[in-house]
Design a binder for this molecule. Structure first.
Ligand code: ATP
Ligand code: MG
Length: 441
């Protein structure tokens, strides 16, 4: 019996030393950067019948250990495709594959791995014992199709399954450490935690991946990219990326390494990002734009009222989600019809007739009307066309007017927001909240 890579504690291989196609591992993983590829195997994933949540879960768990995840691949239950994917992925230090270890014809991960390793599938005594014990404990009989689950590529190691019939597989392919886990979510998670993560943790002592998020609103992604260009170049110890949703643009900063050093690098980059993006930055981490507004209202002891048309109460709902808002939000009116705009906000009827509900004078009158009636320091008003119907040539879908009134003046702006109805409403709410944030800030 040949046992390799004991120092790394990752995968012990049994049997032929050449089984993995290598004799010694040239690179010692201990304390070094470790990278990984994640393979999600299952026809239902490729066809879109089921969302691949394992790749996300495995990636997060690996990132916590400071393992660099190079890529995710989603594969059909096809032995040739699986074999090829394993060969390609073996350029990484570790490969974590999930799915396709079951007893049915379509489960062929073990076949693909054996082909990639160029070894036969052989019955593994430990896998056979596991299957016998599992079926006996449940007073079941082993069906002939279950027998395939006792077959492992020659030289591979069993990863015990505490819950199900399918054992996992650990093997070497070239320099790579391969781990195959069942697709059943509970089994996958249990075996990842019990067998895979501890081995990777040994290989990455003292390494962590840290992520910091700086949240912005108001600058286009392209401008953010230009201002942060030098921080985004390859070869720096941190990696920066942007992600946008409903007008909010997050700048994520990642780094992997020693925890103190990682914190120091992230702090330096976050400070640079905040400085370069200026007033567009409203918070960090999970902080929402409404929470940022609430913080500012709190600091100033100010009050606000809302007049919402196309957002239908979304701004109020967002603000009310922040604890302590009863001190600051006096009133929110959803004035969806013209009649309601007249009755509840005091918008002149003639104004609605002359300019239409989605117009500059009307949005100003809405903001000023609710501010007066509620007796608030600030008022926000929104009126627009969320779609999909209701657009015209002059006022296409996504045309939204915003107004923010305080004691001194009323600021008004028109935006053409893109996206479907939910997105236009979400962006509009964020946009209005951002106007107030900038005024308060
Ligand atoms: P077994 O046959 O022993 O149950 P298996 O390894 O063959 O295990 P699969 O049949 O491939 O596993 O998948 C079992 C279940 O887990 C299926 O419902 C499948 O849709 C789900 N599943 C598999 N892979 C993923 C994944 N990447 N993300 C989310 N669900 C998955
Ligand atoms: Mg499957």
């Amino acid at each position: 019996m040949a046992t390799r890579s004991v120092a790394m504690g990752l995968v012990e291989t049994h049997g032929h030393p050449e089984a993995g196609g290598h004799a010694t591992r040239p690179k010692d993983l201990l304390g070094a950067a470790v990278n990984a590829v994640i393979l999600s195997i299952g026809t239902e994933l490729v066809r879109g019948l089921r969302l691949d949540t394992h790749a996300r879960d495995v990636a997060r768990a690996l990132a916590d250990l400071g393992v660099d995840v190079l890529r995710h691949e989603t594969l059909d239950d096809d032995a040739d495709a699986i074999a090829e994917a394993f060969r390609r992925a073996a350029a990484a230090d570790a490969v974590i594959a999930t799915g396709g270890l079951g007893p049915t014809q379509d489960d062929c991960t073990r076949h693909g791995l054996a082909a990639a390793m160029d070894v036969p599938l052989v019955e593994h005594p430990e896998a056979a014992r596991h299957l016998e014990a599992w079926t006996k404990a449940r007073r079941r009989t082993i069906s002939p199709s279950n027998r395939v689950q006792t077959l492992l590529p020659e030289g591979a190691e069993v990863l015990p399954n505490p819950i199900g019939t399918a054992v996992g597989i650990a093997a070497r392919l070239g320099d790579a450490h391969i781990f195959c886990l069942p697709g059943v979510p509970g089994e996958m998670r249990a075996m990842l935690d019990e067998h895979v993560l501890p081995r990777l943790r040994q290989a990455t002592p003292g390494r962590v991946t840290r992520v910091r998020t700086v949240r912005t609103f108001g600058l286009p992604e392209s401008v953010i990219g230009e201002r942060l260009a030098d921080l985004m170049t390859a070869g720096r110890p941190t990696r920066l990326g942007t992600a946008c949703h409903a007008g909010l643009i997050d700048v994520h900063i990642h780094t992997t390494g020693d925890p103190d050093e990682a914190d120091r690098l992230l702090e330096a980059d976050a400070a640079a990002v905040r400085e370069r993006l200026g007033a567009a930055v409203f918070g960090e981490g999970e902080e929402t734009i409404e929470a940022a507004v609430a913080r500012l209202l709190d600091a100033q002891g100010a009050t606000v009222a809302l007049a919402e048309s196309c957002t239908g109460g979304l701004i109020a709902s967002k603000l009310v989600a922040v604890p302590g808002m009863s001190e600051h939000l006096l009133e929110g009116v959803v004035a969806y019809s013209n009649a309601a705009k007249v009755r509840s906000l005091g918008v002149p009827e003639e104004m609605l007739e002359e300019y239409g509900a989605v117009s500059e004078p009307v949005v100003c009158a809405m903001a000023e009307g609710i501010r007066d009636r509620a007796g608030a320091d600030y008022a926000l008003a929104v009126t627009g066309i969320a779609g999909p119907g209701g657009g015209t040539r002059e006022k296409p879908v996504g045309t939204v007017w915003f107004a923010m009134a305080d004691a001194s003046d009323t600021e008004v702006i028109c935006e053409r927001l893109h996206g479907d109805r939910p997105l236009v409403r979400e962006r509009s709410a964020n946009y209005a909240l951002n106007m107030l944030r900038l005024r308060l800030g």
